[in-house]
Design a protein around this ligand. Structure first.
Ligand code: ADP
Length: 751
């Protein structure tokens, strides 16, 4: 069941309240075609008698002539507070106040008795409103202003309670001001659930700003005929001031102990912003004049509220705009927008009142303050991309719309995500922490309505305070913040665009240089290798054919020539491989690391069998997103080294990874953060010769070897450089732990 007051079509409720009469007129001839059933009570003329008559049956032609020009206007908006003299069955003149509006081809005229005796005199009203206005000054807070108006409206209207509700974006209403007689409970600060005022009622409130129910126990008055003869449907009473009240709302008011109510809507920028609700324990009539006076006060209040909000926001607005200006200045003055983003994280974070800033560029995730982890942010961005196709996404209750964020709601219940590019990812994210707070509801919001045994819907009985702890919400993002985010994005894209043009130029030049390099690598590998092979071959022929004619020195020199040329060929091969690695496109797909290791072991089986090697893989390796072929090269290099640089009888090698808990027990949060919060840390461990700490940094340098080639069968000194490059291209890092003579562990991440 819907937890709301039932959505009956209340604008077609088929009845009015009895404190006035309603006449439906055919617009061109002003002929009465439908009337409320209470004309007899008011005028002593039965509905049957009125039907088919022209309006001048009860209102003098003179008066009709005066208003006719208005009625004939195409865009006739309706007229209120028309003073009309109505003739009853005894030909007596009665004073009525009229309200007339057009509905399709008809005019609806509503007449209420002019209750002179209760009328607020113009002087009284002037005095009261002048007093209210005179209390307004620049030092008033928003709440104080609302309070003054609640008091003033109660003073002139005489209702037992006057409350000012403000709607939030969920349409829950909060009582922000109240003036009341002493012996009723206060509702100040309480929240009224959105379901109390269903969307249709809210819509009607914005069409007809004053709703008056002088007696909740009224007897509804139907129409004669029942349906509108032109439309053949129930009469549409959306703009009517006498419209009948839905039974469930009547019961709701009765449960609240209300005998009469008057509600004035506060509409700002065509949006229902709040309500002024006036309640009286017993039936209470407020004259048209009084109602108009209250409506006018509400208008003044709205104007003043807008003023106060503007002044209040002004300071924050100026502050935020200055920060934005400074930020744009900084980033546009420097080269490389995206490097600047990282450098000026503090300024970006300070732009809004947020606790965390994430910058996601390409594969890199950089943070400041309290932020979700990289993987979580990747998933969040993917979710936003799939569900919201807008450059700026914001919410102050992420867990409500995105369940996965429950896990990190304490640090990011609120997010503002700015997308600069989807390909590659360029995102800036501001995070707002959860603000747990208590909400006092007027009755439980979970049980607004219930069905009785006859399946009839009833509103709740209790309006007793009911407390709820609200979680998963942050402070809301203000309009000025959203506007600033849009402005900043635009400026950044403009700066980025200019930069991109420069970059394009640079890229073009670089491409040219790369092509030159490619050509060089080709010459190096092919053209240089050719003569080198010749040198190698001829030196060998010399050794074979003339070796016996040379003395010992001669043979040694020739052997050195062979060795050096072979080494040079190897170096050229490595150089070629390395230079290709920097430019090649990597293809990232799901890779099962266990399969990669299997292929690697297949490849190095020979070396494996020559040595006595024990291999441990404590548990199956995970499946990750990576370039499988490059990971193969990576493991070949690391495993070859761990066999090569190992002089133990029994060589023990372990291949494994650390999961989240193991990572946390071994590394600090800060360290993991520096590593971009990887999902895994991989390692290759051996019990080999180890590397002394002073050499540990050098081993990744190109052509750097710690041993002469004859020792440990060393290579070209490029293996680890290639390993490092592969890892960097994956967005990861490599480092090691080593103890001389005990062993080495190489750790690496791949994101
Ligand atoms: P190479 O091709 O000479 O093996 P690498 O770049 O792979 O070059 O390694 C650089 C140097 O780092 C090696 O010369 C060796 O001294 C040292 N090294 C590499 N791996 C290990 C290891 N597992 N144990 C000890 N030393 C190592």
């Amino acid at each position: 069941m819907n937890n709301t007051h039932q959505e009956v079509p209340i604008h077609k409720i088929g009845c009015i309240q009895p404190h006035g009469i309603l006449l439906v007129l055919e617009a061109s001839e002003l002929m009465i075609i439908q009337v409320s059933q209470n004309t007899e009570t008011h005028l002593g003329i039965s509905p049957e008698e009125l039907l088919g008559k022209k309006l001048d049956r009860i209102i003098s032609s003179n008066q009709i002539e005066q208003i006719k020009p208005y009625l004939e206007e195409k865009e006739f908006p309706g007229m209120d507070c028309l003073e009309v003299i109505v003739t009853n069955h005894k030909n007596e003149k009665l004073f009525y106040i009229g309200h007339i509006h057009r509905y399709e081809q008809t005019l609806l005229l509503e007449l209420e008795k002019d209750t002179n005796q209760e009328e607020v005199s113009l002087i009284d009203f002037y005095r009261s409103s002048e007093f209210s206005v005179s209390q307004i000054n620049n030092d008033l807070t928003f709440d104080q202003l609302c309070q003054i108006f609640a008091q003033e409206i109660r003073k002139i209207s005489g209702f037992d309670r006057v409350m000012l509700y403000e709607f939030d974006y969920d349409w829950h209403g909060k009582v922000i001001a109240e003036s009341k007689i002493e012996d009723i409970d206060s509702y100040l600060g309480l929240h009224f659930p959105a379901g109390d005022i269903p969307p249709l009622s809210r819509h009607l409130f914005s069409l007809q700003p004053l709703r008056f129910i002088p007696d909740v126990n009224y007897r509804p008055v139907g129409f004669f005929p029942e349906t509108n003869p032109i439309t053949q449907e129930a009469l549409d009473l959306s703009f009517s001031i006498l419209r009948g009240v839905s039974p469930i709302h009547i019961e709701y008011l009765q449960n609240m102990g209300v005998g009469a109510s008057m509600t004035i809507s506060l509409v700002k920028d065509n949006q229902l912003w709040g309500l002024i609700a006036c309640h009286h324990k017993t039936p209470k009539f407020a004259s048209r004049g009084l109602r108009m006076a209250c409506k006018l006060l509400a208008k003044i209040l709205l104007l003043e509220l807008a003023n106060i909000r503007r002044t209040h926001n002004y300071q924050y607005q100026v502050q935020i705009q200055n920060k934005e200006k400074d930020l744009i200045q900084i980033i546009s003055n420097k080269q490389n927008l995206f490097e600047n983003l990282r450098q000026y994280k503090r300024q970006f974070l300070d732009l809004f009142e947020a606790e965390g800033l994430g910058i996601y560029l390409g594969d890199h995730y950089d943070t400041l303050g309290r932020c979700p982890r990289k993987q979580q942010v990747i998933e969040l961005i993917e979710w936003i991309q799939n569900n919201y196709h807008q450059p700026i996404f914001y919410t102050n209750q992420l867990p409500k719309i995105y369940k996965k964020s429950e896990a990190y709601k304490t640090i990011a219940s609120g997010v503002l995500v700015m997308s600069l590019s989807n390909n590659p990812w360029q995102y800036i994210l501001w995070f707002r922490q959860e603000q747990k707070h208590m909400v006092n509801w007027a009755g439980s919001p979970n049980q607004l309505v219930y069905l009785d045994k006859n399946q009839k819907l009833h509103p709740r009985h209790s309006f007793k305070q009911w407390q709820e702890i609200v979680d998963g919400k942050s402070l809301p993002w203000q309009t000025i913040e959203i506007e600033t985010a849009f402005g900043l994005r635009k400026s950044m894209l403009e700066i980025g665009f200019q930069e991109m043009n420069q970059l394009n130029q640079l890229n073009y030049e670089l491409q040219q240089k790369n092509q030159d390099l490619d050509a060089f690598a080709y010459i190096a590998s092919h053209d240089l290798k050719e003569p080198l092979r010749g040198i190698y071959n001829y030196a060998n022929f010399l050794l074979e054919d003339y070796g016996d004619r040379l003395d010992k020195d001669g043979v040694y020199q020739l052997e050195t020539l062979v060795r050096l040329s072979k080494k040079m060929a190897n170096l050229l091969d490595s150089l070629l491989e390395y230079s290709r690695l920097g430019r090649a496109n990597f293809s990232y797909e799901e890779v099962n690391l266990n399969e990669v290791i299997e292929q690697v072991l297949d490849m190095i089986k020979g070396r494996w069998e020559e040595n006595s090697v024990t291999l441990n893989i404590p548990r199956p390796l995970p499946i990750i997103k990576a370039d499988g072929a490059r990971l193969y090269d990576l493991y070949i290099n690391l495993l070859s080294n761990s066999i090569k640089y190992n002089d133990k009888e029994d060589k023990i090698i372990e291949i494994g990874y650390l999961n989240e808990t193991e990572m946390l027990s071994k590394f600090s949060h800060h360290q993991l953060h520096q590593l971009n919060d990887p999902p895994f840390i991989f390692y290759v461990r051996d019990n080999g010769i180890g590397i002394s700490s002073e050499h540990q940094r050098k081993i990744f340098q190109i052509f750097k070897r710690l041993h002469p080639p004859e020792k440990y069968g060393g290579g070209t000194g490029i293996g680890l450089t290639i390993v490092q490059k592969i890892i960097e291209r994956h967005g990861g890092k490599i480092w090691l732990d080593s103890i001389v003579d005990t062993g080495t562990t190489f750790y690496f991440t791949l994101t």
